[in-house]
Design a protein around this ligand. Structure first.
Ligand SMILES: *[C@@H]1O[C@H](CO)[C@@H](O)[C@H](O)[C@H]1NC(C)=O
Length: 453
């Protein structure tokens, strides 16, 4: 009973903090001016910085590009070999991670005061009893949300490489360190994956412990100086992803225990951080043959209210179209997970700021209110879009309850100077949903297709 009261106190305190943060956020947005003069968007690749580690590769997108600065985000992609372990780290910005493929386990320190809830059964005569915080089973299609400053690690226990794309929202009220993305490792010896720290040769290890004197470290932890040196990672050549010999031995959840446990799931210490947004069953909009869209917001995953982030998973099948639409209240950072599709974006001056065929690995930012339309190629087109608001919403320009559908027909007649019949046709176009199929329709499209091939 006592603990319940305490929990409620904690919860109400948290929502007070949240309200306070929101007020702060309205005043203290960083990097606002960067969006003003976005003349051209471009599809960018993760070619800014690359770290080859023992257990895998980390690549980053150029976070100093105008487009990413406008959205106030930085992105990295990690590819982790089977048996690879990504060393624990935390960042100055909230993160959304999308697992494109693979399977593994991820552990994190949910909140600093929460207990280590995974325990080994007590056996008679044993001195040491292992305890640690919750670990999550993860697989391709999962999104994980991580608050600023919360440490996490993950491990590939599958047969194929894990590919994970990680967004850092640096333009977030939780970040007080300025616009640069910063990752703090608590082990290992690796340069900064965003390309800032790699030059200083004099630093021995580059995790947080290497900035603390080795003797103090040894005394504080009550370990030998030699062990303290290892914590500093001075001679560690493995970098930020290491290989685990013979598999990682951790206490794991029962297989299949991915569901809520007695409604306890949503308390502070067991806050849900994962959602299988990529699975077909999870779609919010599904149009046979055209495609599907799944959205993830703070209503479905409450931790996103604190992070001020949400996401959209889109899959278009052969020649599927996602009708012209805009994001009401967020920027959309779109990473293409597969296939190819033509993406067009228009700004408020009616100018085309983007018209390109995108493919796997490319990123484009669709700024708030800019109008976007996607048209899949023969092989289909799929993406994950990270959105810089807790409950990002879109408004479509056609289809059910779209911006034009809700206008009186005579307003449409006068808007476009068309006949009543034409106005009705515009209003009623594609009456089903925001997704449909449209085969290549004219010479320009067909030529475009041939030029790409
Ligand atoms: C990153 O983007 C900035 C700004 O557009 C540009 O000046 C710089 O050359 C880019 N760096 C790399 C390595 O691409």
């Amino acid at each position: 009973m006592l603990s319940l009261t305490l929990l409620c106190l904690l919860v109400s305190e948290c929502s007070a903090i949240r309200r306070h943060k929101r007020r702060m956020g309205q005043r203290g947005q960083l990097g606002f001016e960067e969006c003003g003069d976005l003349e051209k968007l471009e599809a960018i690749e993760p070619d800014y910085y690359r770290i080859e580690a023992e257990g895998g590769v980390t690549e980053s997108w150029n976070h100093t590009s105008k487009m990413l600065r406008c959205a106030g985000v930085a992105l990295i992609r990690r590819t982790i070999k089977p048996g690879g372990l990504v060393l624990p780290s935390y960042t100055n910005a909230p993160q959304l991670m999308y697992y494109v493929q693979g399977s593994g386990i991820q552990g994190m320190t949910i909140f600093p005061s929460c207990p280590e809830s995974f325990e080994e059964p007590q056996e008679a005569g044993e001195g040491y009893r292992e305890q640690h915080q919750k670990v999550h089973e993860i697989r391709g299609g999962d999104i994980i949300a991580i608050p600023a400053g919360i440490g996490y690690w993950f491990y590939n226990n599958g047969d194929i490489p894990i590919v994970v794309v990680i967004l850092l929202h640096t333009n977030n009220v939780a970040n007080q360190l300025g616009p640069l993305p910063r990752r703090f490792y608590i082990a290992g010896n690796t340069e900064d994956e965003h390309g800032e720290g790699g030059r200083e040769e004099s630093i021995s290890g580059r995790n947080v412990f290497s900035g603390i004197s080795v003797n103090l470290l040894a005394e504080v932890f009550g370990v030998r100086v030699e062990t303290a040196r290892k914590m500093q990672g001075a001679d560690d050549k493995r970098k930020n992803i290491v290989m685990v010999e013979g598999g990682l031995d951790v206490i794991r959840p029962e297989p299949g225990s991915r569901a809520n446990v007695n409604g306890l799931e949503e308390t502070i210490c067991t806050l849900r951080v994962r959602e299988a947004v990529g699975s077909a069953a999870r779609a919010d909009i599904y149009v046979p043959r055209a495609g599907r869209i799944a959205t993830l917001n703070s209503i479905k995953l409450p931790i996103l209210a604190d992070l001020q982030l949400s996401a959209e998973r889109g899959v278009l099948y052969k020649y599927g179209v996602y009708v012209p639409h805009w994001n009401l209240n967020a920027h959309s950072v779109m990473y293409v997970t597969g296939g190819r599709g033509r993406v067009e974006v228009a700004d408020n001056n009616g100018k085309s700021v983007f018209d390109d065929v995108m493919k796997e690995g490319q990123v484009v930012v669709i700024p708030q209110n800019f109008v976007a339309v996607m048209h899949a190629r023969e092989e289909g087109f799929e993406w994950i879009a990270f959105k810089t608001g807790e409950n990002a919403m879109i408004n479509a320009l056609m289809g059910e309850s779209s911006a034009i559908r809700v206008l009186p027909v005579d307003v449409v007649v006068n808007m476009y100077q068309v006949s009543r019949e034409e106005a009705q046709r515009i209003k009623e176009a594609r009456d089903q949903a925001i997704l449909f199929t449209l085969p290549p329709f004219d010479e320009e499209e067909t030529q475009g297709l041939m030029a790409e091939a």
